[in-house]
Design a binder for this molecule. Structure first.
Ligand code: DC
Length: 485
C-alpha cells in the first residue's frame, strides 16, 4: 500500500473522519512506530508502520463497508436461529464479521449498509445523528395533496409523533416525471419502528412495497435485488460527514432530545463492586447526555464464554489472551448500549449464564487478557462520548476521565439486588447463595494482582444503598452539570 497522509490512514481505518483525525493528531494522541506525531502533514505506510491512537494500534482490524440491496423476506440481523436468510448471509464473506447498520423490516427492501465499524454504525443510528433517508413506496390507493401534507406536518400513532420531511408523487422508478398517484417518494430522518407503514395507515393507506433508495449521500443506484458492493473510501467518508452534519441540525420532531447546547464532559468512568448500581446510573447518564454505554464487564464475560466453549482454563494465560486478541471479539452499538459479538455472533444475551457468572472473575484476573481488553476499551472511548462501566475504568482504562464515580453499597444491599437480578434472568438463587456469590466476586476482584478494584483517584464516591436510584442519578447529573461548559 502506498505511503499516505496520517489523517487519511486514520479515516480509512474507520477511526474517525479526516477532520477529526487531524484534531487527534494535533492533540498528540497519534504515534507512528512509537513516536508521537503532533503536526499535520506526516505520512506513513499503513502496511509497515505501527500507527497508534492513545497507544492502541488502529490498523489491526481492517474495516469493511458494504451496500446491499436487501430483498423482501430477508432479515436485517446477523444470524437467525431458524436458519432464515439474513442480510449478512447475502454478502460474500471475507473474514470480516459484518453487522447491518440499522434495520429494514422483513418485508421491506432496498439499501442497507453492512460493516464491522462500530463507530460508523453508532453515528448513523444514533437519534442525534440520523441522516436523511429516502424510500420509494407503493400504496394501495392514491394519496391526495392534503394527505401528503398531513404526513409532513406529522401524525400521531400509538402515542408517538410520526413525521416525514417530504412526500412527493413520483413514477415507479422514483422520477418526478410521469408521476403515478400510487407511488410516493418519502424522505425522513426518524428511525421509528415501521414508521412509514404506520404513518400511511393513519391516512388510510396500505403500503404495497417499500424500498429504501438512499441513506444520506449513498444511493441504491443500479444494485440488483440481493446484490451487494463494497463502498469506496470516499463513500465511507461521505457517510461519516453526513452523520456528523446531521448531529448539528436542529432536532425538529426527533426524539428523545439529549441536551446538545452545551459541551458536557466525557468520557465518564463508573466503577464499583458487583451490584453496586453502576448500570442503573450509567443508563440514566447515557439517556440524559446522549452518550453510549460500554459495560466492560461484558467484554470479560465474552472472553470467559469463548474460553469455556474452547475448554481453555484461566491458568492458560497465553491462550486466554489470544482469545481476547484474535477471538473475533467486536463491539456494536445499538440503542446507546454496546452489544458484544464473538466471531459475528451476538452473544450479549448469553453472558449472564450461571457458567459465565461462576468463572468470569478468574478470567478477568489474567493480566494479559486485561491488557488486551483495556486497549480495546480505550479505543472505543476515544471515538465517541461515552460512559464506561467496570472495575478499573477510573484507575487504569481512563485515568484522565474528567468525571469518575465510584459506587458503594453494603454487601447485604448488593446481595439482595443480585438475588432480584438472578430472578429477572430466570434463575433461582437463595439469599445465602447471592451473598456468597457477591462476596466471592468481591474478594477475587479486589485482591487480584492485575488492576484490583480500588477507588480511583479523584472519583466521586456515592453510596447507592443510602440513596434511592433517583437521588443517586440526580447527584451524578449535578456533578456533570457543574463541569459543563
Ligand atoms: O460487572 P460484571 O459483573 O459484568 O463483571 C464481570 C467480571 O469482570 C467481574 O468479575 C469483574 C470483572 N471486571 C473487571 O475486572 N474489570 C472491568 N473493567 C469490568 C469487569
Amino acid at each position: 500500500m502506498p505511503v499516505e497522509r496520517l489523517q487519511k490512514i486514520l479515516s480509512n481505518a474507520g477511526v474517525a473522519s479526516r477532520r477529526s483525525a487531524e484534531a487527534m493528531i494535533v492533540a498528540g494522541r497519534v504515534a507512528v512506530n512509537g513516536k508521537t506525531v503532533d503536526t499535520l502533514g506526516a505520512r506513513a505506510d499503513p502496511d509497515r508502520d505501527e500507527i497508534t491512537l492513545d497507544g492502541t494500534p488502529v490498523l489491526r482490524e481492517r474495516y469493511r463497508y458494504v451496500a446491499l440491496n436487501k430483498p423482501a423476506g430477508v432479515l436485517s440481523t446477523t444470524r437467525d436461529d431458524r436458519g432464515r436468510p439474513t442480510v449478512v448471509s447475502l454478502v460474500e464473506a471475507t473474514g470480516a464479521t459484518l453487522h447491518p447498520v440499522g434495520r429494514l423490516d422483513l418485508e421491506s427492501e432496498g439499501l442497507i449498509v453492512l460493516t464491522n465499524d462500530g463507530t460508523l454504525t453508532e453515528l448513523l443510528t444514533h437519534p442525534r445523528h440520523e441522516v436523511r433517508k429516502e424510500y420509494l413506496v407503493a400504496i394501495d390507493q392514491p394519496l391526495g395533496k392534503r394527505g401528503r401534507e398531513r404526513l409532513v406536518r406529522g401524525v400521531r400513532h400509538e402515542g408517538e409523533r410520526l413525521k416525514a420531511d417530504a412526500v412527493q408523487v413520483v413514477s415507479p422508478s422514483g422520477s418526478p416525471e410521469q408521476p403515478d398517484p400510487r407511488w410516493l417518494l418519502v424522505a425522513l430522518h426518524g428511525g421509528r419502528k415501521r414508521e412509514i407503514r404506520r404513518m400511511l395507515s393513519v391516512v388510510g393507506r396500505r403500503v404495497v412495497t417499500l424500498r429504501r433508495i438512499r441513506i444520506g449521500p449513498l444511493a441504491l443506484g443500479m444494485l440488483a435485488s440481493g446484490e451487494s458492493r463494497d463502498l469506496s473510501p470516499e463513500e465511507v467518508e461521505a457517510l461519516y460527514e453526513a452523520a456528523k452534519r446531521a448531529a448539528t441540525r436542529p432536532r425538529g420532531s426527533m426524539s428523545p432530545a439529549p441536551d446538545m447546547k452545551r459541551e458536557h464532559p466525557h468520557p465518564i468512568a463508573i466503577d464499583g463492586p458487583a451490584a453496586s448500581g453502576k448500570s442503573t446510573l450509567a443508563r440514566a447518564l447515557v439517556e440524559r447526555f446522549g452518550y453510549v454505554l460500554l459495560d466492560t464487564g461484558l467484554m470479560y464475560r465474552a472472553v470467559a464464554l469463548a474460553a469455556l466453549r474452547g475448554e481453555v482454563p484461566a491458568s492458560d494465560a497465553a491462550t486466554c489472551a489470544a482469545i481476547a486478541r484474535e477471538g473475533g471479539l467486536a463491539l456494536a452499538v445499538a440503542d446507546r448500549e454496546t452489544r458484544i459479538l464473538l466471531a459475528g455472533e451476538d452473544v450479549t444475551d448469553l453472558l449472564r449464564s450461571p457458567e459465565v457468572e461462576a468463572s468470569v472473575s478468574a478470567y478477568a484476573a489474567v493480566a494479559e487478557v486485561r491488557r488486551e481488553l483495556v486497549a480495546q476499551q480505550r479505543l472505543f472511548a476515544a471515538q465517541r462520548p461515552c460512559v464506561l462501566v467496570g472495575r478499573d475504568i477510573g484507575s487504569v482504562v481512563l485515568p484522565k476521565a474528567p468525571v469518575k464515580f465510584y459506587l458503594h453499597a453494603s454487601e447485604a444491599v448488593r446481595a439482595r439486588r443480585r438475588g432480584e437480578q438472578a430472578a429477572e434472568w430466570g434463575e433461582r438463587q437463595s439469599a445465602s447463595e447471592a451473598s456468597r456469590d457477591i462476596s466471592g466476586r468481591d474478594v477475587t476482584d479486589s485482591t487480584r494482582a492485575a488492576s484490583p478494584l480500588v477507588v480511583p483517584e479523584g472519583a466521586i464516591e456515592i453510596d447507592s444503598g443510602e440513596l434511592d436510584a433517583d437521588a443517586m442519578i440526580a447527584r451524578a447529573i449535578a456533578v456533570i452539570e457543574e463541569q459543563t461548559t
